[in-house]
Design a protein around this ligand. Structure first.
Ligand SMILES: [Ca+2]
Ligand SMILES: [Ca+2]
Length: 175
């Protein structure tokens, strides 16, 4: 009998963390490129958005908030590697510093659990030299347990590529 209680106690201990993970927690964002941007230039940022929800909640909306010194030009996405099939995101935010990819067909979300989609945002970077942060936000489709969102920051450097200029002048000095 004592042994049975011990087994039940162990089951309860093991089950608790799994229940606590039922949320959108575990989702990530990786900024693939660029890591360095020349001030005043227009570049396309590539993000890898992963839905790590432990209770199969799907990502409905993905929002990237750029620094105020940035202006969004356009946005699109690549769902060709998404095992869950084609996505129906609607882009908005041109002319502002917030790029939103919203669930365009309502119902359940667009990015399945344990799956990912690439997002591209063309941005004019009118920032001065330094480190800038991009805030990312994944809104879930309210399936199962809370929290129904996950968020974080990725960073990039604003500045001229000193290493390249140095290399260029070294090459020039040979002539
Ligand atoms: Ca959930
Ligand atoms: Ca949907």
């Amino acid at each position: 009998m004592k042994k049975l209680f011990l087994i039940l106690a162990l089951v309860a201990i093991c089950a608790t963390p799994a229940l606590a993970d039922r949320s959108m927690a575990g989702g990530t964002c990786v900024l693939n490129s660029p890591t360095t941007v020349t001030p005043g230039s227009t570049v396309t940022f590539e993000f890898d958005i992963f839905n790590g929800s432990a209770d199969a909640e799907w990502t409905a909306d993905v929002v990237f908030t750029f620094p105020a010194c940035c202006e969004v030009v356009s946005g699109y996405y690549d769902d060709s590697m998404h095992a869950g099939g084609l996505c129906a995101f609607t882009f908005e935010g041109a002319g502002t510093n917030v790029a939103s990819f919203l669930d365009g067909d309502e119902g359940y979300g667009e990015i399945y659990g344990n799956d990912h989609v690439y997002f591209y945002v063309e941005v004019t970077v009118n920032c001065t030299d330094g480190i800038e942060l991009i805030h990312w936000f994944q809104q879930g489709d309210i399936y199962g347990d809370e929290p129904h969102f996950v968020e974080g920051d990725v960073e990039f450097t604003v500045g001229t590529t000193a290493a390249d200029i140095s290399t260029f002048s070294n090459v020039k000095s040979l002539y």
